[in-house]
Design a protein around this ligand. Structure first.
Ligand SMILES: Nc1ncnc2c1ncn2[C@@H]1O[C@H](COP(=O)(O)OP(=O)(O)OP(=O)(O)O)[C@@H](O)[C@H]1O
Ligand SMILES: [Mg+2]
Length: 287
């Protein structure tokens, strides 16, 4: 079953003089982890908010085309059910955290759904354990680091037991360690908990090695979707739409100018090290 199925979707915000999405067709399989990649203004946030129902339920937008989440057309899906099925986490976790303690924050969603007390406690413990914040129950969210706040925002979403999690530039405000922790958490959510994950970002550096598929957007259009290697290996098509290429591709590009043996294809340091090793006549040796 498809977690998300958009067919020829055109979206225009109320009062805007042009479309923010133009005839976008895009699908995500249940259990898939997808990177939605595009430059500033490409339409990533618009697509994310459509996936979770914030558009059009909270943010008015004129829509054409059809959108289904888990087999249901969004026009026939009650708002509360839609936002429960598809959770969303934004780039600045501060804007999503407003309770006095970590525990209250995670309990807030299920409390609003009138889940019973015992189950709420279970969900809070479960979600905090998954995101690595077990034992932080009484801490004020303001006392957490940026990465911990981001993981708390994820826990607050997980406690609603969503089937899909949409993260809009979740790594934006994080340092390199925070980013690695975030991507390892997201990989875990997909592998161990079967969650469908959509991550929007302006670069693919950390996500490249953990997502199943990359969807490339530019100026409100879906340019191409494919495996990370298919979409990310060559730097020029990314550059041409304002997306920074992977550092590995830039290194291959620089090496290629000196020696013709290097070709795009490697998207990880290990794969590139293999190519360099072969070029040096040291094939088979470990890094
Ligand atoms: N509320 C709004 N009203 C009118 N136009 C909007 C609104 N929000 C976004 N837009 C426009 O829609 C287009 C797509 O915006 P969107 O925020 O989806 O892009 P994005 O890829 O998320 O960009 P960024 O990387 O800057 O977050 C842009 O041209 C933007 O100016
Ligand atoms: Mg955005």
């Amino acid at each position: 079953m498809k977690a998300l199925k958009m067919c020829e979707v055109t979206a225009r915000y109320r009062g805007a003089d042009r479309d923010s999405l133009s005839r976008v067709s895009f699908e995500i399989e249940k259990g898939e982890m997808v990177l939605l990649l595009g430059a500033r203004g490409a339409g990533k946030s618009t697509l994310c908010m459509l996936a979770n129902g914030l558009i059009p339920h909270a943010i008015p937008c004129t829509l054409e085309g059809s959108i289904e989440t888990f087999g249901r057309d969004i026009s026939s899906l009650p708002v509360a059910e839609h936002s429960t099925k598809v959770g969303i986490v934004f780039q600045e976790p501060e804007n999503q955290l407003f309770c006095m303690s970590v525990e209250e924050e995670v309990a807030f969603g299920p409390e609003n759904l009138a889940v019973d007390r015992e189950e709420i406690s279970e969900r809070v413990e479960w979600a905090l354990e998954i995101v690595g914040l077990k034992g932080y129950n009484d801490r004020p969210p303001s006392s957490l680091s940026g990465g911990q706040k981001q993981r708390l925002a994820i826990a607050a979403s997980l406690s609603m037991r969503p089937e899909m999690l949409v993260l809009d530039e979740p790594a934006y405000a994080l340092d390199p360690i925070g980013r690695l922790e975030l991507y390892s958490l997201l990989t875990d959510l997909k592998r161990r908990h079967g969650l469908t994950v959509l991550i929007a970002g302006r670069d693919a550096e950390e996500a490249a090695t953990c997502v199943d598929r990359v969807a490339l957007m530019s100026a409100g259009r879906m340019v191409r979707t494919g495996t990370p290697a298919e979409i990310l290996a060559a730097p020029e098509p990314l550059r041409s739409i304002g997306v920074p290429p992977l550092q590995v591709s830039e290194l291959i590009e620089a090496l290629g100018k000196k020696a013709k043996r290097f070709e795009y294809g490697a998207i990880t340091v290990d794969a590139l090290a293999g190519q360099i090793g072969e070029a040096l006549g040291e094939a088979g040796t470990d890094r």
